[in-house]
Design a protein around this ligand. Structure first.
Ligand code: NDP
Ligand code: HSE
Length: 432
């Protein structure tokens, strides 16, 4: 491509991901030029503290982010994170006609509508493959490959930190706090693990997945969120006893009812059968299971975080937007035409596993069963084991609304014959 004008790139951020973006851009410069059809040139790198970045050419470093965004670059790659000032920078870039590649899930989960509108105003591209499940090609399949199908469900493990902790609890039988301590010591959990263990990170990703899968605008505030801090060693043992394992799942599903179509988007721990494809996803890995009418079931698996894996997804997006620039084309725009409403969690169809310690005498099972009937919740399976003077009762329900299941558990907990509600956990990944 002699004489082809280079595609100039501004990189905002040079931390865990940004450093690897610079490395890949440098090491693969010749291949990238051939793939794009023009040289891809790094025009500047914005950071907070230039002195600490000895690994990148000093002449590229700047603290003047606005100046870099407003310069004559074609593409802005944002790997800083957080809502502000990233939102302001990216709006400025898009309004200025620059295409944007970002890994910022928190920003997209709150402001994707505004960012897409800014992109539309100038015909720029907005790509964000790295924002969900790191290296795994997932958003492009949802946005493009499956655009002709009808997706019914997306269910995944999209947070490596919590998966590492739950996998550890499952293999050792240790408590949540012991396993979190170990994960922090080994560097798998951050010093402040709140965003991960309380499910905020997964909720942002769920909002992005639901928006793409169901052609509707879903924000993090629409996502029902529960973290893993309340998962006990007893929950894990109860799951094991039934051939199940516990995972923190991001679940986005299409619900069809008499009132029409809506979507349920939620993040919470759940038991899944050990035979389910997601059950074998251990440690810091991510995987997302997608169901669509025509395509059937698919699973996307790989590394959901880390500098190099995430940079791989960023570079894939960069090549795509650079190619679009070379041919004066454009990638997919926002598709939110369906505008499906999000159901409140109470109306989400779920199933429960309930483990109780009860008195072992005639009539106990019928008292417990009566509470289920009262709430119109159908029991799928019951297992009782007698002990010396009490019994362990394990009940798995059919699907019912989460509100009905929650009220059932509350009422059962108050029955005089129930000594303790040992474990309550939603069940996913099985026939209802
Ligand atoms: P880091 O904290 O490692 O790096 C952030 C970078 O942004 C640093 O270089 C920092 O500069 C720079 N920066 C922060 N604030 C400013 C500012 N006000 N002005 C200029 N530069 C600033 O973050 P990561 O690389 O881990 O993550 C980046 C993004 O990628 C986030 O959105 C994250 O959610 C996403 N992501 C990260 C993954 C991972 O595994 N790390 C996985 C998937 C997505 P300085 O170095 O000078 O302090
Ligand atoms: N903190 C995230 C995780 C990685 O633990 O998976 C970035 O999305």
């Amino acid at each position: 491509m002699p004489g082809q004008k280079p595609i100039k790139v501004a990189l905002l951020g040079c931390g865990t991901v940004g450093t690897e973006v610079v490395r890949l851009l440098t090491d693969q410069a010749a291949d990238l030029t051939a793939r794009v059809g023009a040289p891809v040139e790094l025009a500047g790198i914005a950071v907070r503290k230039p002195n600490k970045h000895r690994e990148v050419p000093a002449e590229l470093l700047t603290t003047d982010v606005d100046g870099l965004v407003e310069s004559d670059v074609d593409v802005v790659v944002e790997v800083v994170g957080g809502i502000e000032p990233a939102r302001t920078w990216l709006l400025k870039a898009l309004h200025g006609g620059k295409s944007v590649v970002t890994a910022n899930k928190a920003l997209l989960a709150e402001h994707s509508g505004e960012l897409f509108q800014a992109a539309d105003s100038t015909g720029a591209d907005l790509y964000f493959e790295a924002a969900v499940a790191g290296a795994i090609p997932l958003l492009r399949p949802l946005r493009e490959s499956l655009a002709g199908d009808r997706i019914t469900r997306v269910m995944g493990i999209v947070n490596g930190t919590t998966n590492f902790i739950l996998s550890g609890m499952d293999s050792t039988g240790a408590s949540y706090s012991e396993t979190l301590e170990e994960a922090t010591r080994l560097g798998y959990a951050e010093a402040d693990p709140t965003a991960d263990v309380d499910g905020f990170d997964a909720a942002s990703k769920a909002a992005i997945l639901a928006s793409l899968a169901f052609h509707s605008r879903v924000t993090a505030a629409d996502v029902h969120r529960e973290g893993i801090a309340s998962v006990s060693a007893a929950d894990i043992a109860a799951a094991k006893g039934l051939g199940r394992t516990v995972k923190l799942l991001a679940i986005c599903e299409r619900v069809t009812s008499a009132g029409g179509e809506s979507i349920s988007v939620r993040v919470h721990p759940a038991m899944i059968p050990r035979t389910h494809p997601l059950a074998g996803v251990n440690g810091a890995f991510n995987a997302v299971f997608v169901e669509a009418d025509a395509a059937g079931e698919m699973m996307f698996y790989g590394r959901g975080a880390g500098g190099a894996p995430t940079a791989s997804a960023v570079l894939g997006d960069l090549v795509a937007v650079a190619r679009n620039r070379v041919v004066s084309g454009r990638g997919p725009r926002e598709s939110a035409y369906a505008a499906l409403p999000v159901r409140p969690m109470g109306q989400a169809p779920t199933r429960y596993h309930i483990s109780l310690d009860v008195a072992d005498r005639p009539g106990v099972l019928s008292q417990v069963a009566a509470v289920f009937a009262e709430h119109d919740v159908s029991i799928a399976a019951v297992r009782q084991e007698g002990r010396v003077d009490d019994a362990s009762l394990v009940i798995v329900t059919h699907a019912a609304t989460d509100a009905a299941l929650r009220s059932t558990v509350d009422k059962i907990g108050g029955l005089p014959v129930v000594r303790e509600v040992v474990s309550v956990m939603r069940v996913e990944g099985e026939e209802t």
